[in-house]
Design a protein. Structure first.
Length: 119
């Protein structure tokens, strides 16, 4: 499974960005997909995730501002980010949980896309 993230950039506080992640490879083995972020000097944290059964989970600080979309036909998972705040700044990583060659579930990560929110 390979993940290619895009859509980061610089935006003013209160603005919006949409991140997109293209999933390729053995996509039929993918279970959960989602987005994580890592701010400078902080640990990576969950932003939003969506299961193959469309159960959605949001990190507490982004609920009601961010929306995650999963399109199985296009093999993409997008993150619409509205009302951005300076504390949303960080590197955003696309994530997928899928079976590997041994049929064990493991995490796969995209290369990260940087989001900078100016106050």
């Amino acid at each position: 499974v390979q993940l290619q993230a895009s859509g980061g950039g610089l935006v003013q506080a209160g603005g919006s960005l949409r991140l997109s992640c293209a999933v390729s490879g053995n996509i039929f083995s993918v279970n959960n997909t989602g987005w994580y972020r890592q701010a400078p000097g902080k640990q990576r944290e969950l932003v939003a995730s969506i299961t193959s059964g469309r159960i959605i989970n949001y990190g507490g600080s982004v609920k009601d501002r961010f929306t995650i979309f999963r399109d199985n036909a296009k093999s993409t998972v997008d993150l619409q980010m509205n009302s951005l705040k300076a504390e949303d700044t960080g590197v955003y990583y696309c994530n997928a949980v899928a079976r590997d060659a041994t049929f064990a579930f493991r995490d796969y990560w995209g290369q990260g896309t940087e989001v900078t929110v100016s106050s």
